[in-house]
Design a protein around this ligand. Structure first.
Ligand code: CP
Length: 315
């Protein structure tokens, strides 16, 4: 069974084949998923993921059903052995087994609680889906990974430069009003290295990535100096939580880490979105010719169609 939970579970040639299919078949309509059904299960909000998957499945001739957990669908307990006398009437182990009887693919968004780093590092919700599903599971962003986003990121870089190998790429921490998950930066960093980019992480010292991810990024330089942004081919901007003050909003003095045209220099600008204008990045960057984040958002649609076809052994 082909799940798509973390790009690190695939070798580069398989990921390249998915990307090549997405680039070759971008925008195509077909009937490859005729008669197939996909559950889009959301524990959390979304604009791009929710709509790009629904549209992509329709373009492939399939049917999607969107389920919002806790809003029209029972709230789901995910802790093993839980005594379920609280406000969650159904256990994920039961729900996933039932949904596997109805659908050909289960696609799941489940953010971390951002309360305990150790619990989030176990990625409990997506791993419960992996354990109990009898059909492929696609990760729409879990506590640790956002592989569909990372594939769209790499597709955007490859289309812009014609290659990924050897490009200088920075994962750049940005200020924010809230603590955010590490899933996007984790998956981008892992995929950038998988695709041969020369990755640098530029972030204040307390905003390192989780050990479970850094262990798979040998040799990646981590620096706390935004002067290095201007030396890059691509700057991938994103905020994420501190591991020391896990789940706490970033201190206000880090507002100076906002990305500006002057800091960006000649680099292309990527961000997974949603983004906080004039907190993470200035309007001037977003309205400039350096901004590739709308192409990046569009590529979610194209590459996810290829991921679905891969998971269902169509390609
Ligand atoms: N980048 C991304 O996953 O966007 P949404 O949260 O809007 O789906």
């Amino acid at each position: 069974m082909r799940h798509f939970i973390d790009t690190s579970e695939y070798d580069r040639s398989t990921l390249e084949a998915i990307l090549t299919h997405a680039i070759t078949h971008r925008g195509e309509r077909c009937t490859a998923l005729a008669g197939r059904t996909v559950a889009l299960i959301f524990f959390d909000s979304s604009l791009r993921t929710r709509t790009s998957f629904a549209v992509g499945i329709a373009q492939l001739g399939g049917t999607s059903v969107t389920l919002d957990v806790g809003r029209g669908v029972w709230n789901l307990e995910y802790l093993d052995g839980a005594v379920m006398d609280g406000d969650k009437p159904e256990h994920i182990a039961d729900a996933v087994r039932v949904l596997s009887r109805y659908f050909d693919v289960l696609a799941v968004r489940c953010f971390p609680a951002l309360k305990q780093a150790t619990e989030d590092a176990a990625d409990p919700v997506i791993e419960a889906f992996r354990r109990h599903a009898t059909v492929p599971v696609i990760n729409l962003e879990s506590a640790l990974y956002h592989p569909c986003q990372a594939m769209a990121d790499i597709m955007t870089i490859r289309e812009r430069f014609g290659r990924t190998d050897g490009l200088r790429v920075a994962l750049a921490w940005t200020p924010h009003v809230k603590a955010l998950p590490t899933a996007v930066p984790n998956s981008f960093a892992l995929a950038a290295v998988q695709f041969g980019c020369r990755l640098t992480i530029i972030a204040p010292p307390e905003f390192r990535l989780p050990d479970v991810v850094m262990a798979r990024l040998p040799g990646v330089e981590v620096i706390a100096d935004q002067a290095a942004l201007a030396d890059q081919d691509v700057v991938y901007a994103k905020s994420w939580t501190s591991l020391e003050n896990y789940g706490a909003p970033p201190p206000a003095h880090y507002r100076s880490w906002i990305v500006t045209p002057e800091k960006l220099g000649r680099a292309r600008f990527l961000h997974c979105m949603p983004l906080r204008r004039n907190v993470e990045v200035t309007d001037a960057v977003l309205e400039s010719a350096h901004n590739d984040c709308y192409d990046e958002a569009e590529n979610r649609l194209h590459v996810q169609k290829s991921i679905l076809l891969h998971c269902l052994h169509v390609i």
